[in-house]
Design a protein. Structure first.
Length: 324
């Protein structure tokens, strides 16, 4: 069977097929080492089918077979959630400029916030007291993170550096204990794995796993074709998911640095990602004004959340510990 015949059997256009192939597998993995401008979409799709037709069709069929039902139909028998009454529990006052990021500690008592007033503040959310007020070398901060042990915090931004601060100091002032310098673009997100490892995402289209003790990048994760804006670690510590300005989310294996799955669907930049509590799904927020839920086992989108009155981009998302 020729490549043209295989393509004709698909209901997708060549352009749609190409985007699906490249977003899901990547050019280098499948040997399609041509640049889009060098070959048109139809020709590139033909190359894929001509070289690996059984595998290509099997992958398309597998996704279709996995979509044997819809998320709405499966959950139709569940009681609907009543209207949630949101109310303020605590107000933490102290920053003098825009608060760009915050992250809870593992015990959900302390949290860290990063502001463009040039301060990184560690808070006791119960008493609303400031535990630490850390001056930053650069006020153009974009992200912060709290280590699971509660012993370290980190921040980064337009300085392209992930700065690690130890909270175990006996002195009053908390200072930088390590600076991780290696990204060539801004630092968009960082998350601790433990006290000696942290994962970062960057505007240089990569993510990196760092050894904090040595200050070196142990693994670099390449595959996105746009700025990586957010990441979320799985609770098992084996994988993480990233969202980027190429409108795709990717699941990475931390152990070997490989991209295991790619999830297309959004129509614009993905600004935020968050793992579902059970680790089998994750949620995304995008500039297309939608949030989406993706299932890792089914390898596809489960649900799309949007509203006619919401026309601005989604910049932050978080899955609650209560899975509904």
């Amino acid at each position: 069977m020729t490549a043209e015949m295989l393509l004709d059997q698909s209901t997708m256009t060549a352009e749609m097929l190409l985007d699906l192939i490249l977003k899901s597998f990547g050019e280098e993995v499948w040997g399609i080492n041509t640049v889009r401008s060098e070959l048109n979409a139809k020709r590139t799709a033909f190359i894929f089918f001509a070289t690996r037709p059984p595998l290509a069709l099997a992958w398309i069929d597998a996704r279709k077979n996995a979509a044997d039902t819809t998320f709405a139909s499966v959950t139709s028998a569940m009681d609907s959630i009543s209207r949630i009454q949101m109310r303020t529990r605590r107000t933490l006052r102290g920053h003098l400029a825009k608060i760009y990021a915050m992250h809870w500690g593992a015990e959900s008592k302390c949290l860290v916030s990063a502001s463009q007033d040039g301060k990184l503040i560690v808070w006791d959310s119960y008493s609303t007291n400031k535990v630490h007020a850390i001056p930053l070398r650069s006020s153009w901060v974009m992200t912060c993170a709290y280590a699971p042990s509660g012993s370290f915090v980190a921040s980064g931004g337009l300085d392209n550096i992930c700065s690690i601060y130890s909270l175990k100091t006996r002195e009053g002032n908390v200072r930088v204990s390590r600076e991780l310098n290696g990204h060539t673009g801004y630092l968009s997100c960082c998350r601790f794995m433990d006290d000696n490892q942290i994962v970062t995402s960057s505007g240089d289209m990569t993510c990196a796993l760092w050894d904090i003790e040595t200050g070196t990048a142990a693994t670099t994760f390449n595959g996105h074709s746009g700025d990586v804006m957010s990441l979320s670690l799985a609770q098992d510590g084996r994988t993480f998911v990233s969202g980027a300005c190429d409108a795709s989310a990717k699941l990475w294996d931390i152990r070997d640095g490989m991209c295991r799955q790619t999830f297309p669907g959004h129509e614009s930049d993905i600004n935020a990602v968050s793992f579902f509590p059970d680790g089998n799904a994750f949620a995304t927020g995008s500039d297309d004004a939608t949030c989406r839920l993706f299932d890792i086992r089914a390898d596809q989108e489960l649900a799309l959340y949007s509203h006619d009155n919401i026309i601005c981009g989604i910049t932050s998302i978080w899955c609650s510990r209560w899975p509904r």
